[in-house]
Design a protein around this ligand. Structure first.
Ligand code: TEU
Ligand code: CA
Length: 602
């Protein structure tokens, strides 16, 4: 068992980086299972202890993290050069985006060879080096497993498209067309139909994503056996687990029925509606995962809250955790962003976090490489409120219930890119939906651009801002694959490392704070004021001890009377200049975040 050891004597030292408040040694950590030498209980608050429940994860979008050879593309050597930064941030597990050989129609989510490293990212030796360096620092690394589809340049597909007699034909999903063309009315995520005619027999193959991403036929046992072999190949190298791309889509309804008009708006629930999803995941578990101490997190596009337990109930032998997207995609309809309410967001988290079932474990995240920057969506990216709201979102990420997943650059408050023309986007999704929406005249170019500025995936894919140097220290090339955000002169890791009150140092302190306080990991969650439209007030507690978290999620000062039932103790963390312990009537400055000891009266 890889059980992490926890420190408890370091709280005071760590606090020096948290300028606004010097933390006393945390009384809750003393003598707890998180203290060194304490007898480690296998359970806390009824949950089985697991390293991946206690860890903080960090997603690296390799292409944009660090370029080591000046070609303008981030790479594996680049990640290795930045491991000390990640260690000092305090994260435990790195998730790297797909590193496999790929023609990059969808930035590596289209794999040509699962046993080869993408040339732009380096070589297999570079991968082995990165993994070894990661382990040397006590970090773990998980890789992206993209097996709902391959690249059309994968050898299997090259064979498959030769037609019906070919032994690989059934590796993919082929159907004859209907009277007026395609086999059914399914749309592709990236625009147009999900079907493409190809090969000598006039058949169509299914591609839920781009044309260059044909869906594998998981109903073919040979396909499953191939996937399990690929997984063993990487597991035997010593990776610590997998993030599984669109895993609910591996089983399709074999009748491939047309979508009804009311299904169109939620078409991702249709893609995953096959009868064998759980059989296949359980088979995968038995064949591969059960034999290793690894973690799995499934990207659960289209999965409703009610279906979540089927994927992660620990008695079922499927996955450890999933990403469920209701919160992160609040107000989203494909490429459009509509207004949303804080009360609705709180309700989504509340439903997930107050499930009493101890066999389930959530993730908590506010963005990733498919979503705009969390600061633009959930905070306030204006110069006036950027720092405070970034720190508030850090507080939220690290005190909610579920394993936190950070995305690169959020720890320094990176923002959406100031895109000003359609031609500046790289994303295959932008190009596909442009064809569907603008070229057909359904939507004006202005409206489309104004929405993309809010929703495009490219917003979070611009290079990591390491310094104020040209290209933010990401590359020595004059033309990185996606432009660096001009605000890197001000927003970068180097100047924040040097400033004790920076967003970066706030993240560092909070990560350490979480590490020594089991109530923030295993404690029960209670939303104390679900109907408040700007204040988020909740408690995390176990064994009658815990924390009260009060967040002003608005850009105005709010006078807030704590609910009667609440009895805040000592103020432990605050992101504001003047942490006044003024309860029960609090004066909360814009985006002020506070963590108090204690919580409920009684
Ligand atoms: O994403 C799948 C997914 O369901 C969405 O997040 C989707 O990409 C998004 O809604 C489009 O705006 C995964 C990967 O994370 C994504 O980068 C890939 O493009 C996709 O699968 C295909 O592999
Ligand atoms: Ca490079």
């Amino acid at each position: 068992m890889n059980r992490r050891t926890f420190m408890n004597s370091t709280v005071v030292a760590l606090a020096s980086s948290l300028v606004h408040k010097v933390l006393p040694a945390d009384p809750y950590a003393t003598g707890s299972a998180f203290a060194p030498g304490a007898s480690v209980s296998p359970e806390l608050n009824g949950y089985k202890r697991q390293w991946w429940k206690e860890a903080v994860f960090y997603e690296i979008y390799t292409r944009s993290f660090q370029d080591s050879n000046g070609d303008g593309i981030g790479d594996l050597r680049g990640i290795a050069q930045r491991l000390d930064y990640l260690k000092s941030l305090g994260v435990d597990v790195l998730w790297i985006s797909p590193h496999y050989d790929s023609p990059n129609a969808d930035n590596g989510y289209d794999i040509r060879d699962y046993r080869k490293v993408m040339a732009e990212f380096g070589s297999m030796a570079d991968f082995d080096h990165l993994l070894a360096e990661t382990k040397k620092r006590g970090l773990k690394m998980i890789i992206d497993l993209v097996v709902n589809h391959t690249s059309d340049e994968h050898e299997w597909f090259q064979q498959s498209r030769k037609g019906n007699g070919n032994p690989y034909h059934d590796y993919y999903i082929w159907r004859p067309g209907k009277e007026n063309g395609v086999p059914n009315n399914w749309p592709s995520y990236f625009g147009g139909s999900a079907w493409q005619q190809d090969g000598p027999d006039g058949e169509y193959y299914l591609h839920i994503f781009a044309k260059k991403q044909p869906d594998l036929n998981w109903d073919n046992p040979k396909v499953r056996a191939e996937v399990f072999e690929i997984m063993r190949f990487w597991l035997n190298k010593g990776i610590d687990g997998f993030r599984m791309d669109v895993i609910p889509f591996i089983s399709k309804d074999p009748r491939l029925p047309d979508m009804t008009p009311d299904q169109v708006a939620h078409f991702d629930t249709v893609y995953g509606a096959g009868p064998h999803t759980h059989d296949y995941i359980q088979e995968m578990y038995r064949e591969t995962l059960a034999h290793h101490d690894v973690v799995t997190v499934g990207e659960a596009a289209g999965v409703t809250n009610a279906q979540v337990p089927l994927f992660i109930d620990e008695r079922r032998g499927e996955l450890n955790m999933i990403f469920q997207f209701d919160a992160v995609r609040i107000g989203r309809r494909q490429w459009r962003q509509h207004a949303w309410k804080l009360t609705d967001l709180k309700a989504i988290w509340n439903a997930a976090a107050s499930n009493p079932d101890r066999h389930l474990w959530n993730t908590f995240f506010l963005g990733n490489h498919d979503h705009p920057r969390l600061l633009n969506k959930f905070g306030d990216a204006s110069p006036e409120h950027r720092e405070a709201s970034a720190k508030l979102l850090a507080t939220l990420l690290l005190t909610q219930k579920g394993t936190p997943f950070l995305y690169q650059g959020d720890e320094i408050g990176m923002t959406n890119h100031p895109f000003s023309a359609i031609g500046q986007f790289q994303d295959v999704e932008v190009k596909g939906t442009y064809t569907d929406q603008v070229l057909t005249g359904k939507v004006s170019a202005e409206e489309y651009l104004s929405m993309l500025k809010l929703t495009s995936r490219d917003n979070s894919r611009t290079p990591m801002q390491w310094s104020s140097e040209p290209q933010a220290g990401f590359t020595t090339s004059a033309s990185p694959w996606l432009p660096v955000n001009p605000n890197h002169k001000e927003i970068n890791a180097t100047n924040q490392a040097a400033r004790s009150d920076s967003i970066l140092n706030y993240y560092r302190s909070l990560i350490q704070f979480r590490r020594v306080n089991p109530a923030l990991v295993y404690g029960d969650y209670r939303d104390l004021d679900p109907n408040n439209a700007s204040i988020f007030c909740y408690q995390r507690a176990m064994d009658r001890k815990g924390f009260l978290i009060v967040l002003n999620m608005s850009s105005t000062t709010v006078r807030y009377l704590l609910p009667d039932s609440v009895a805040p103790g000592e103020l432990m963390i605050c992101n504001s200049e003047r942490p006044i312990n003024d309860g029960p009537l609090l004066s909360l400055s814009p985006w002020e975040a506070r963590i108090y000891m204690g919580g409920l009266r009684n």
